[in-house]
Ligand binder design. Structure first.
Ligand code: ZN
Length: 200
């Protein structure tokens, strides 16, 4: 499925014009058991990963956006902070069902020391429980998932880590980075497409 992150005005930066022979490499994952990342939903719940890293050609997790996860979940599902940080961006004005190409994402961006930032995409209308400038701990309530922006009309939470704030500076300037999670089953190369992961 095509999948744009950030706001639609930047859609051209995320266009997938790759052909079937294009091969991308996703590597450089750090030890999952000591990762600063927790699954972005409450302990005890589990969701299936639709797109993961290095999606096949024609999907959104390609190129500068090749690292990232789409967790399939109904709109309105509680989501939590995956990694502690400071809230840099909140957009929650858009409505579920306003999907590509006319719709815009709701999102939250959380920054870390060193300049990296996590993007949580496709939140529901008024779906953010955090505000810009707020310092948040891993596991804290972030808000509720939704179906806004380029979801392929498939409600899910998009989570990706970037080298800088992709909403402020654009995904092309802030390429995505590998992420592993410490509170689930072994994931030495990140989460796998089509698998379900429970938060422990
Ligand atoms: Zn995605």
């Amino acid at each position: 499925m095509r999948h744009f992150v950030g706001f639609a005005a930047l859609g051209a930066l995320f266009a997938c014009s790759t052909g079937p022979s294009d091969i991308e490499t996703c590597e450089g994952f750090t030890d999952w058991q000591s990762s600063p990342y927790f699954l972005p939903y409450p302990v005890g719940s589990s969701y299936v990963v639709d797109q993961a890293n290095c999606s096949p050609p024609g999907n959104g997790h390609r190129g500068v956006n090749r690292y990232g996860y789409d967790f399939l979940m109904p709109a309105g599902t509680p989501i939590t902070v995956a990694r502690a940080g400071t809230v840099l961006q909140v957009e929650e004005s858009h409505f579920d069902g306003e999907v590509a190409a006319t719709g815009f994402d709701n999102f939250v961006v959380i920054g870390h020391a060193g300049g990296t930032a996590d993007l949580y995409g496709h939140l529901t209308h008024n779906g953010a429980d955090v505000t810009v400038g707020q310092v948040v701990a891993a596991g804290a309530s972030l808000g509720r998932s939704g179906n806004t922006g380029n979801t392929g009309n498939k409600p899910h939470l998009h989570l990706s880590r970037h080298s800088c704030d992709p909403v402020a500076l654009g995904n092309a300037s802030c390429p995505s980075l590998p992420v592993t999670f410490r509170n689930t089953t072994a994931n030495p190369a990140g989460l796998s497409r089509g698998s379900r992961y429970q938060a422990f």
